[in-house]
Design a protein around this ligand. Structure first.
Ligand SMILES: *Cc1c(COP(=O)(O)O)cnc(C)c1O
Length: 403
């Protein structure tokens, strides 16, 4: 068996272990400490735009707190991009609220502003104005934020940006996650940088972030004893994880550069193949971190499954795109607004190995394997080698002559 090529594996820099050792040496082995504060400052400096950041235990926890802070309660409706990972939508249900799913547009694969507005109007007509909008910057590609923010402002609905996959991406030169009322990041093991597991909540509203830190540490009131006036959560990032995070923040620009390099590498090596398409930054306003390089396979000679199987045979990890939420059994009874764009992407899309630690040799192995599939499939459909096709060909020729 050839050596495994992973989809997106952790990639440590030089300093992570040093920061973790410092946590041990000072006995800050807790869900608070100097690295947690340091990680928050690092993120605030990196994101700019005067945002405040709360370091948390996961991206999912950050989304959950965002909805709580926006007052999402049982019986409410929250609009969510359908093409995403389930963690974008689950916290809506944690709150007893209902998701309303909105399709993607084709240029960024993110929330369609057109269907967003349709959904808002229809939900209002049904008697309930949505309490929040969750927009995702999928695979690192920024969503159409101007259009989305202007619709959200028009109807006065707060926006939560799920930037779990998009740390390092910008829209009109500004970090994604800083446009909405709140934004979230994830530092899970497969993301562009990792704390082994972790997340962050972002907002220009300092009150929101203070509230998040309070709720994330069991909502403890100021009192000499343990007193609680609200339900709290245990959602803070640990000082050990934050130590890893501080090391990762130092190499983040390199990680973004390498992911973008992977994308360019694959694109140059494969773009001549008819039936394989790449999603590129749609103009100078969009700068994707290209967390994962994805391809769309649209050919009558080979399918996305053929490529997937061939890569797996070669011990190369690859995945279909996220299956849209409106197609998930667990969400099948919730409303959906769209025209099948995300369904089509799911049918044709594939995520290629995209870790920042992949070597050129590994990238070449992926490319070679894909080119092999494309070639083999082409010749197996070669009319001369295939008796059934020969008959079909003869019939078609006869018909064409007749007509
Ligand atoms: C990873 C991810 C999350 C969840 O983040 P965790 O830190 O794993 O909880 C949420 N949304 C999207 C789009 C993600 O990719």
């Amino acid at each position: 068996m050839k050596e495994k090529i992973w989809l997106s594996s952790p990639h440590m820099g030089e300093k992570e272990l040093e920061y973790v050792q410092e946590a041990f040496a000072t006995n800050w082995i807790a869900p608070l400490g100097p690295h947690v504060t340091g990680m928050e400052h690092d993120l605030e400096a990196y994101l700019g735009n005067n945002v405040h950041v709360a370091a948390l235990s996961s991206g999912t926890a950050a989304l959950h707190l965002a909805l709580i802070i926006l007052g999402v309660k049982a019986g409410d409706e929250v609009i969510c991009q359908s093409l995403t990972f389930s963690a974008s939508a689950n916290p809506i249900v944690y709150q007893g609220a209902s998701p309303v799913f909105v399709d993607s547009e084709e240029t960024t694969w993110n929330m369609s502003p057109e269907y967003l507005e349709l959904a808002i109007q229809d939900r209002i007509k049904n008697g309930k104005k949505p309490k929040a909008i969750i927009v995702v910057h999928l695979y690192g590609m920024p969503a159409q934020m101007d259009e989305i923010m202007s619709i959200a402002r028009q109807y006065q609905i707060p926006v939560v940006e799920d930037a779990a996959e998009a740390l390092g991406s910008t829209y009109k030169g500004r970090a994604v996650g800083t446009f909405g009322d709140l934004g979230i990041l994830s530092f899970n093991g497969n993301k562009i940088i990792t704390t082994s597991g972790g997340g962050a909540l972002i907002s220009a509203n300092e009150g929101y972030i203070k509230q998040a830190r309070f709720l994330a540490t069991q909502a403890r009131d100021h009192a000499p004893h343990y007193q609680h006036s609200q339900i709290g959560y245990n959602y803070r990032m640990s000082n050990i994880c934050a130590g890893i995070g501080r090391g990762q923040m130092e190499v983040l620009p390199e990680r973004v550069a390498r992911r973008r390099y992977n994308f360019d590498f694959y694109k140059q090596a494969l773009e001549d193949i008819k039936g394989i398409a790449f999603i590129t930054d749609p103009g100078k306003d969009y700068y994707s971190n290209h967390w994962l390089t994805t391809i769309l396979v649209d050919s009558d000679q080979y399918s996305v499954i053929d490529i997937q199987n061939a890569l797996h045979e070669d011990n190369i990890d690859c995945r279909p795109l996220w299956k849209p939420m409106h197609l998930q059994p667990v969400f099948k009874n919730y409303p959906y607004y769209g025209n099948g764009v995300s369904d089509g992407l799911f049918d044709k899309g594939l995520c290629l190995p995209s870790g920042s630690n992949l070597t050129d040799t590994e990238l070449n192995r992926v490319v070679a394997r894909i080119r092999e599939v494309v070639k083999v499939k082409k010749s197996s459909k070669n009319i001369a080698n295939n008796p059934i096709s020969c008959v079909t060909f003869a019939l078609v020729t006869a018909l064409a002559t007749f007509l």
